[in-house]
Design a protein around this ligand. Structure first.
Ligand code: T4K
Length: 371
């Protein structure tokens, strides 16, 4: 259980409670609690407009959004993906009876290395499932080029990439579909929640059916769909969150700058540079601990914990090391050496809008203290 004195890797940015009450009153009054109610419909529209995308389907969480995204495009066989992510990425493949094929990551972006994708394609490959890890854009151009040559679908796990803009437009416009997470730990939250971003209304309708048991209308079931709907209370929180989201991201940007200014001079420790051509959401602040730093990554992690600072080793262990994946031929460490190295060096520092300057100073001074 969180303790107020501790500093966590993240905290949800909640709007003033008093402003949420009128939304709750409206829900109580209407007795409309779920099944694409008015707040749900409004949030889908407002999010699409805020994010600069065509269509968006709200979900109960990001994992179900991933599972349904794969189903909506009828993905089967093998899918190429990254071992350096949260385990939900590949669990969504197993839930669809699909075999994950791990490909190594790029040491700069921490995302799938496009140069290594082609070698992993087999006659069974139907799609690529890259992740914009920490909200940092994948090499979307190169990935699309490979997908076009081999006739593959691309579904982006954009769980961390809310609001990220790449080369002048939403990063979420790339690929066939993108999924978002609105979990409590994310830049934009509805407690639990998620979305699929899709380019046209036809696929939106199919996704809407799949997340509602497969109902196309009152009497027609078109697929063995699931219940993955977002409820009205979550959607109302999302609408209120949207009013504060720009300020929240601005504060994250300030914190990022402060860490970067203070930590970039620390030797044998790197703050990966901000992604190029990107308006970033500052969802995470990863640092990499190198060999000459006085402590190992895990020793620094422990030292911070002893001081009440709960930094996190996202994403260690690699997904490919978990029991349900480690037997796969692509999970052998020699196939994914960069991912293995980064997972052993990375530490994500606390970053969230209500993180106080005093706490930032404390974190920086512990990292700079060379013992
Ligand atoms: N794809 C990717 C790439 C993802 O990263 C995720 C989720 C998904 C897909 C799936 O999306 P969802 O189905 O979750 O929508 C967290 C989250 O549970 C998970 O959503 C997230 N990625 C992952 C990266 O992080 P944990 O196990 O690290 O969470 P936890 O409970 O340790 O929370 C971290 C810190 O956040 C706590 O120390 C304190 C703070 N916190 C957390 C919660 C839940 C709060 O202040 N309030 C809260 O309510 O997994």
């Amino acid at each position: 259980m969180p303790n107020d004195k501790n500093i966590y890797v993240t905290r949800p940015h909640l709007p003033p409670f008093s402003e949420f009450i009128p939304y709750l009153e409206e829900i109580w009054e209407s007795k409309w609690l779920t099944n694409a109610g008015p707040f749900h419909q409004k949030l889908e529209k407002e999010l699409a407009s805020y994010l600069g995308i065509e269509h968006l389907n709200l979900f109960a969480n990001g994992t179900l959004a991933l599972v349904i995204a794969l189903q909506s495009l009828r993905i089967t066989g093998e899918v190429i993906t990254t071992p350096f992510s949260f385990v939900a990425t590949t669990h969504s493949l197993l839930w669809n009876g699909i075999k994950p094929v791990f490909v190594d990551i790029d040491p700069e972006t921490f995302n799938l290395d496009p140069e290594k994708i082609e070698a992993a394609i087999t006659p069974y490959t139907t799609a690529i499932l890259p992740v914009h890890v920490y909200g940092r854009p994948c090499n979307v151009e190169k990935i699309q080029k490979i997908a076009d040559i081999y006739g593959l679908k691309v579904i982006y796990d954009a769980a961390h990439a809310f609001g990220v803009n790449y080369k002048g437009s939403s990063l979420l416009k790339h690929g066939d579909l993108s999924i978002l997470s609105f979990h409590a730990t994310k830049v934009f939250t509805t407690c639990e929640g998620g979305a699929i971003v899709c380019p046209d209304s036809k696929i939106k309708k199919r996704i809407d059916d799949l997340k509602n048991f497969g109902f196309a209308n009152e009497t027609t079931i078109v697929a063995p769909g699931i219940n993955a709907k977002m409820n009205e209370i979550q959607a109302a929180l999302g609408l209120l969150q949207l009013k504060y989201i720009n300020r929240a991201i601005d504060r994250r940007r300030e914190i990022d700058r402060q860490y970067r200014d203070e930590l970039s001079s620390v030797s044998n420790m790197t703050c990966p540079p901000l992604p190029a051509d990107t308006i970033y959401n500052h969802a995470y602040f990863p640092i990499l601990i190198g060999k000459g730093y006085p402590l190992s990554r895990d020793e620094l992690y422990d030292k911070l914990r002893q001081n009440g600072i709960y930094a996190r080793r996202y994403f260690y262990p690699l997904i490919s090391e978990f029991p349900m994946y480690r037997g796969l031929p692509s999970a052998v460490p020699s196939n994914i050496p960069v991912a293995k190295k980064v997972a052993g060096q990375v530490l994500c520092l606390p970053i969230y809008p209500t993180l106080e300057n005093e706490s930032i100073t404390k974190i920086i001074s512990i990292i700079k203290e060379r013992r």
